[in-house]
Design a protein around this ligand. Structure first.
Ligand code: NAP
Ligand code: ZN
Ligand code: ZN
Length: 348
């Protein structure tokens, strides 16, 4: 077994604290990765605080991982020692269902293994994530990082990036579309960058007045405070798409009314609890509401390559791991500019 240092939550109420554990010895197709950076996703916070009701403790969170291959198994051929690589939200899947065969591993119907808070295929080994010094992963589930990308700004692409890139591509968002991005956090700021790069006209809908200038710099043409009732009224029937990235409960019905005829509300945010919807806001205007989960391996690689070609990366605040609990407190207050990224050198 391979000894690893990490930070873990020991229970629903405990803050993250130092935790030593072991990774498996390398199987023939595994690679051992020295983790350099790991982004902090709001899903980490939902899971650490058991807001979705399926948390396994002790939990080492982290699924926006960038690192370097330092060892490989005998049959690993795609990757070699020294390669810069990345791991996102999952580390294995059944590989046989139609979704896996079509490169949509995130929708695997027979055993997606998440990067942490999940069980490996043996059904008993709990996976542990990237708030740690090293990780062992089958090379088939590892992405290659294009050489031009700055590593700390690349880590958030592995979840915040692909989660917004994938639906924008699926719905072919581009020139001629008006898009509302609801919530300017980790996912929201990547949605603004991608949607504007694809040619859409982007309006940020935010509860934070001090994010206006950043929204424009990221490519938004307009910024509206959701608390400004008068201005919000003028936006009804305006958008072809609303991408909802909000992490807390909010009035979905109201935001549906902002869609034009045939408009689609794309939910990517995952607040806990249930929402009430009136069918009227769907029926009048033939509107749809849809969801989307991260992205599969081929599309994640495509996104990384696109970001390298178009110089798109996340806006980050790099922190030592010792500040992770403070970062969580700021994230709850929507005070994130626009992704915290842990520098794992602070744990070595
Ligand atoms: P984040 O960085 O914390 O951003 C969320 C943003 O939502 C905040 O910055 C804030 O933006 C807005 N917000 C927060 N609380 C709010 C409230 N009470 N009312 C209205 N707006 C509020 O979070 P994230 O990492 O982007 O993740 C967002 C959500 O997506 C989380 O629920 C996460 O679990 C989920 N997620 C889903 C997927 C997927 O595959 N579908 C992948 C990753 C994450 P403003 O300051 O602009 O208002
Ligand atoms: Zn995430
Ligand atoms: Zn599958």
């Amino acid at each position: 077994m391979i000894p690893v240092a990490g930070y873990a939550a020991q229970s629903i109420t405990s803050p993250l604290s130092p935790f030593d554990f072991e990774r498996r010895d390398l199987r023939p197709k595994d690679v051992l990765i020295d983790i350099l950076y790991c982004g902090i996703c709001h899903s980490d916070l939902h899971l650490v605080r058991n807001e979705w009701g399926r948390s396994i403790y002790p939990m080492v969170p982290g699924h926006e991982i960038v690192g370097r291959v330092i060892e490989k198994g005998k049959r690993a051929r795609r990757l070699k020692k020294g390669d810069l690589v990345a791991i996102g939200c999952f580390v294995d899947s059944c590989r046989k269902c139609s979704n896996c065969k079509n490169g949509l591993q995130q929708y695997c119907t027979d055993g997606l293994v998440l990067t942490y808070n999940s069980y490996e295929k043996d059904g008993k080994t709990v996976t542990q994530g990237g708030y740690s010094t090293k990780i062992v992963v089958d090379e088939d589930y590892v992405l290659k990082v294009p050489s031009k990308l700055p590593l700390e700004k690349t880590a958030p692409l592995l979840c915040a990036g692909i989660t917004t890139y994938s639906p924008l591509r699926y719905w072919k968002v581009g020139k001629g579309h008006r898009v509302g991005v609801l919530g300017l956090g980790g996912l929201g700021h990547m949605a603004v960058k991608f949607a504007s790069a694809f040619g859409a006209d982007v309006t940020v809908l935010s509860g934070s007045p001090n994010k206006q200038r950043d929204a424009k710099r990221m490519g938004a043409t307009d910024f509206v405070l959701t608390s400004d009732a008068e201005k919000m009224k003028t936006l009804s029937n305006q958008f072809d798409f609303v991408i909802d990235t909000v992490s807390a409960r909010h009035d979905l019905d109201f935001y549906l009314s902002l869609l034009r005829t045939n408009g689609v509300m794309i939910c990517v945010g995952l607040p806990s609890g249930e929402e009430q919807l009136s069918p009227f806001n769907l029926v009048l205007g033939r509107r749809s509401i849809a969801g989307s989960l991260i992205g599969g391996l081929p599309e994640t690689q495509e996104m990384l390559d696109y970001c390298s070609r178009h110089k798109i990366t996340a806006d980050v605040e790099v922190i030592p791991i010792q500040q992770v609990n403070h970062a969580y407190d700021r994230m709850v207050k929507s005070d994130v500019r626009y992704r915290f990224v842990i520098d794992l050198a602070s744990l070595k």
